[in-house]
Design a protein around this ligand. Sequence first.
Ligand SMILES: [Zn+2]
Length: 269
Amino acid sequence: MRNKLGLSSGFFREPSLENWRSALDAGFTEVELGMSAEEDVSSMLQKSAARLAFFRDVGLNVSSVHLPFSEVYDPSLLDGEARRQTLDRFRDLIAWTGDAGIGIAVIHASYEPIPEADRAARLEAAVDSIAELGEWARRQRVRLAVENLPRTCLGNTAADMLALSGRGEYASICFDVNHLLIETHAEFYEQIAPHTITTHLSDYDRINERHWMPGEGTIDWAELWQLLQVHDYQGRLIFELNETAAPSLDRPYTPKELLEAFRREAGIA
Ligand SMILES: [Zn+2]
C-alpha cells in the first residue's frame, strides 16, 4: 500500500502529545485539520495556527484543511450579498492554508437541508462559488476538493459532483465513502475517479453517515479497496472518524487498532 495514511484532527477526545504520537507510531503520517465554523475568521485562524504548530511538533504532516460548513459557510446561498461575504471568508481561510504550506482544502458545496424547489438554483450558485474559490485556491497553491455529501445536500450524486467540480476544471473531489446514500460505491466512484485527489474513510449502514471504524458497518472494504486500485488511486487515505466510533466496542480504539481493522477488512497484507 503506497497511499499515505492520515487522521482527521478530531480523532482523539483528548488531543495530547502522547495520543498523537501513538498515531504516528501506528503509521499515520498525515492530518486533516478541521476548522469549526465561527463568525470571526481571525479567531479561527489563530486556533488553526496553534493546532498546526502542535501537529508539526508531533512530527505529523498537516496536508489538508477541512473548511467550515454551517448556515453561514455555505457556497450555495441564494442571497447574493450573503454569498459574497461567505466567499470572502473562504478566501481568507484558503489564503491562510496556502501560506501555511498546506496543499489541499476540502469544502462542502452546501449546508442543509436543500429544498427540492431550490435545488437547481442552489446548485448553480454553488458551481459559481466553487469555480471562483477554485481559481483563488490555485493562486494560493492550494487544491480545492469538493466533498460528496449525504441526504439532501448538494453533491449527493456523481452528477452533482461532476457539475460542482466542473469535471476537475473548477476543483478536485474528496471522496467520502460513508456519505453515499443514493448510488453504490462503484456507480459513484467510476464517474468521479479522475478528479478525486483525497478521501474520507469510515464505515456506515447506508441509512445515514456514521463515521464508524471499518468493519462496524455495511461497506465491503475489500471491494472498495479493489475499486480504488483499479482506478489507480494514489492519494491519501484520511480516516474521518473519532476514537469512540465503534459501537461494538465499549471503549475507545487506538490508531493501531483502526489500521488493523482497515487492513483486515480490505484484505491488505
Ligand atoms: Zn467527510
